[in-house]
Design a binder for this molecule. Structure first.
Ligand SMILES: [Zn+2]
Length: 324
């Protein structure tokens, strides 16, 4: 037994027993297995996020100033993934530096047209492009490269709000809007137990984009660490408009506000983030009141659009201004 004190502790401490030592090849195999499993989990989340957000983007096309043809495709390159998942992505899907089709949403225009995983979308300059390429914004046909052959495919795609929905690998339960995209973390995907809850989050962040909050609040997060007198009205508006967005997409509003109770319970710090205005209780109760408003409109057969303040009705024809 060797005793050490102070700073030299790590240098002269010894152990008297240890775990068995695996071989290098065993370690390599286990590391590969863990990466493969992590990638499969990530891919499943990516698919779920696309499936849940697509109806929200489509159902609100007429309320969004920016729209594009919704083919129902998600494209990817190796760089679409966090660094530590890129090798697993390459092994599993042979993805490299060229944009290829990753997901084809069931029932979408691309699905009906027979587009498949691995197909390459060719833009107007004859080069592979992502699904968000400008040249595809209102296309009614797609130029596809499949196994070295070029094919032209006609599609009948309906418009959807033109905002990407991105999955970010992070242990923080959060979601963001940046004016161009809605970003949801993997921890949020785990936390949002139902598709309805996730639609509430996507609707909220979409509303930050469509209501042009980004230049006003710079960076909006679902659990706003920056909640101040300035950002609070934007959070309230995004909760309200986002609820309409998810309702219009056909999601179930019943009890969806409980998301905020669960969040408060799991992260008590978020209950009173703002000194004088409890965050999670206020959001839960206000959303519950807005749910009643939406349900009353539904029952009356009225159009599901938010009630705007007098003189504040939006002009959907006007292009959004996000500043520089
Ligand atoms: Zn927000």
């Amino acid at each position: 037994m060797v005793f050490c004190v102070g700073l030299v502790l790590t240098a002269c401490a010894t152990v008297e027993t240890r775990l068995p030592v695996p071989s290098a090849s065993q370690l390599e195999l286990e590391a590969t297995n863990q990466e493969t499993e992590a990638f499969a989990r990530y891919l499943k989340m990516r698919e779920r996020l696309d499936k849940i957000s697509a109806p929200v983007l489509a159902a609100n096309a007429e309320l969004c100033t920016k729209t594009r043809a919704d083919f129902g495709i998600v494209t990817h390159t190796k760089k679409s993934y966090p660094k530590h998942l890129r090798d697993a992505a390459a092994r599993r899907l042979a993805v490299g530096d060229t944009h290829t089709v990753l997901l084809v949403r069931r029932g979408s225009a691309a699905h009906k047209a027979g587009i498949k995983r691995g197909d390459v979308l060719i833009g107007d300059k004859g080069k592979p492009v992502s699904t968000y390429d400008k040249s595809l914004k209102s296309a009614d046909s797609l130029h596809i490269r499949r196994a070295g052959k070029d094919i032209n495919v006609s599609l009948n795609a309906d418009p959807a709000c033109d905002y990407a929905v991105v999955l970010r690998m992070s242990g923080a339960v959060n979601a963001y809007a940046n004016g161009r995209a809605v970003i949801v973390t993997t921890a949020m995907m785990d936390f949002a137990v139902s598709d309805d809850e996730l639609a509430l989050i996507v609707g909220h962040e979409l509303a930050h984009n469509t209501m042009r909050h980004v230049p006003k609040a710079v960076w909006n997060t679902i659990i706003s660490g920056l909640a101040t007198r300035t950002t609070r009205p934007f959070e309230s508006e995004a909760d309200y408009v986002g609820l309409y967005y998810m309702a219009r997409a056909g999601y179930n509003l019943d009890g969806v506000e409980d998301f905020w109770r669960r969040l408060g319970v799991q992260y008590p710090k978020s209950i009173v983030r703002e000194k004088t205005h409890p965050v999670t209780p206020r959001r839960l109760l206000a959303i519950r009141m807005a749910v009643a408003e939406v349900e009353a409109k539904r029952a009356a057969g009225a159009e599901l659009v938010p009630n705007y303040l007098p003189g504040k009705e939006p002009d959907y024809e006007k292009e959004p201004d996000y500043g520089k």
